[in-house]
Design a protein around this ligand. Sequence first.
Ligand code: HPA
Length: 235
Amino acid sequence: MPTPHISAADGDFAPDILLPGDPRRATRIAETFLDDARLVTEVRGIVGYTGTYQGRPMSVMATGMGMPSATIYATELIRYYGVRRLVRVGTVGGIHPDLELGDVVAASAAHTDSDMTAHRLPGVHYSHAPSFALLRAAADFADEAGVRLRVGPVLTSDAFYHPDATLVPRLAAYGTLAVEMEAAGLYAVAAAEGVEALMVGTVSDHVVRGDSLPSEGREKTFAAMVSVALGALGA
Ligand code: HPA
């Protein structure tokens, strides 16, 4: 059933989905990793595909940037299309000094400077957490595949260009690994809807050191991240 933002028909999505922010990345994942992928939605250029991965149904769909956009798609996928396990794949900005460019990160928690999820449970400082089953499967897969996976908290920020320069160092002092813009919202929606979510990212740039990955490095690390995300889904 089409929704305001998704034009797919009933049954067009698999229960498992990868969620990159960038529509071109969704297309690339569908072309590179899925068999028999077909386009199922493209409202506003936010493309979604369904195919199979190692014989199992698998979808991939873009979310756009930031929690307001990502949570619209996640909510509609869960409520109207029966999606049950959502793994975001994206880039993150490194905060922690130990983080190298190209590292793959899995968010075991997401702090946020946003009020978006605060309105769900007034009076509660809600802890944004992933599905333990997905997180454990991601870590196990990475161990076996020899991918260096860093597991820890991230900051989900509303602002890419943050006006408060002290925020990142303050969070680094609390062991926060990286900054991105969707995980906390995705985790809260999944919890509220009774489904599972995880955020896996690659370190495309380091916010404190000010360095960033050249395009060649981005390709290699992108494949490692997608393989960890698919591994988390047991595919
Ligand atoms: N900030 C927010 N999101 C990001 C960044 C960043 O520096 N890098 C990659 N995603």
